[in-house]
Design a protein around this ligand. Structure first.
Ligand code: 6PG
Length: 214
């Protein structure tokens, strides 16, 4: 069963997440999978200030929008600007989603297979309960393998590459962040196992009071 930890504010969630990631990396985790979206930005900024031997860490991504890496919508660009330009990981494996959903997913599957087991996965959650780019009711939820291309994401842009549920479930640790009242329904769905983000039994959630519906 997933664990849900409720903290007072979004800042508390960012601080706790950064501290957990740093501690895991100090404790021997060698692969870190980053989240896209806006929620993890503050966590990434705080992470730059913590004591981590980045030269021993391989960074991967949970999903990517099919845009060039310097595009404002790129998850890689967000992580680069907030974290990766300020620390020096041993390797950064961005998802080559600009190749398109299918080719991008095929190429990244090899990267993920070589990096496996994934030690620490950070993710956000969508208001509809999606994780990565795995959306409720989407056939990609049943994909075999480690990655899958998405052609019809309900959240723009429509074309994406994402890790699969199998890849998330195989990770050593999965930490999901949810903040703000807009995520309260997503958290409730996940608690009932009724959304993609609720289908990862090994996940630990850090949420603020608003996302907890308090
Ligand atoms: C993306 C994502 C997606 C995101 C959630 C939450 O590319 O859109 O990786 O899974 O994490 O939609 O996004 P916010 O943090 O912006 O609410």
């Amino acid at each position: 069963m997933s664990d849900f930890i409720v903290l007072a504010t979004a800042e508390d969630v960012a601080e706790a997440a950064a501290a957990e990631i740093a501690e895991a990396l100090r404790g021997g985790a060698r692969s870190l999978v980053l989240a896209g979206g806006t929620t993890p930005k503050r966590c990434y900024e705080l992470l730059t200030e913590l004591d981590v031997e980045w030269g021993r860490v391989a960074v991967l991504f949970g999903d990517e929008r099919c845009v060039p890496p310097d595009h404002p919508d790129s998850n890689y660009r967000m992580a680069k600007e907030t974290l990766l330009d300020r620390v020096l990981p041993a390797t950064v494996y961005r998802i080559p989603a600009e190749l398109g959903p299918d080719e991008g997913a095929d190429e990244y599957a090899e990267v993920v297979a070589n990096a496996a087991p994934l030690d620490f996965v950070l993710q956000g959650v969508g208001e509809d309960g999606h994780i990565g780019s795995l959306f409720p009711g989407h056939p990609a939820l049943h994909s075999d393998g480690l990655t899958v291309g998405i052609h019809d994401s309900p959240k723009p842009p429509p074309q994406r590459v994402t890790l699969t549920l199998e890849a998330f479930r195989d990770a050593g640790r999965v930490l999901i962040l949810a903040t703000g009242k807009g995520k309260a329904e997503a958290v409730a769905l996940a608690r009932r196992g009724e959304s993609p983000s609720g289908m990862i039994p090994n996940a630990r959630w850090l949420i603020d009071r608003a996302a907890a519906g308090q």
